[in-house]
Design a protein around this ligand. Structure first.
Ligand SMILES: [Ca+2]
Length: 172
């Protein structure tokens, strides 16, 4: 009985060794190797929410803004892409008014603010060229900003003007 048991152990051990040799042989017999190379195309995307500001009807040489003390309508730019982004901002002329650094006849000023805008805002005049709004915004990250309009000192138009503000995203 003892002999039989030993025999079984030996057979079992030999079987294991043979099985091991089989797999070792399989591994060393491979004639190809592979590299799993992965890549993702970057997506540059930004949205501005809610994307609409109504300053209402203002006098000439007046101001309206989106802070809590104004129409309380701060805007949020969100990185909807899949890489870190820099955000730039610019303004535009309206149909009747020219965007400028100071108000004048048919000339308006539009400012943006990014920090402590409700309490101690720092306003920067928008131009028709892009200026930095935020840098290194992570995916799903946001930049909140406020806007302030300064109506012209005089206007030849009394119809509603649309002062478009554009936020541009680029890979940072
Ligand atoms: Ca709004």
């Amino acid at each position: 009985m003892q002999i039989l048991t030993n025999y079984k152990v030996i057979v079992g051990t030999i079987g294991f060794i043979l099985l091991s040799l089989f797999f070792i042989n399989q591994a060393s017999a491979a004639t190809t190797g592979t590299v799993a190379a992965t890549v993702t195309v970057q997506n540059i995307s930004v949205t501005v929410s809610d994307g609409s500001v109504a300053y209402g009807t203002l006098a000439t040489s007046a101001q309206g803004d989106t802070t809590a003390g104004g129409v309380n309508d701060s805007q949020t730019a969100t990185n909807d892409g899949n890489v870190s982004e820099d955000l730039d901002i610019k303004g535009e002329n309206t149909t009747a008014w020219t965007l400028a650094g100071s108000i004048g006849a048919d000339q308006y000023k539009h400012d943006f603010c990014i920090t402590t805008c409700d309490s101690t805002p720092t306003w920067t005049a928008l131009t028709t060229s892009y200026q930095a709004l935020a840098t290194g915004v992570a995916t799903s990250g946001t930049q909140i900003f406020d806007l302030r309009i300064n109506t012209p000192s005089s206007s030849t138009s009394f119809t509603q003007q649309t002062a478009t503000v554009t936020v541009l995203a680029s890979a940072s």
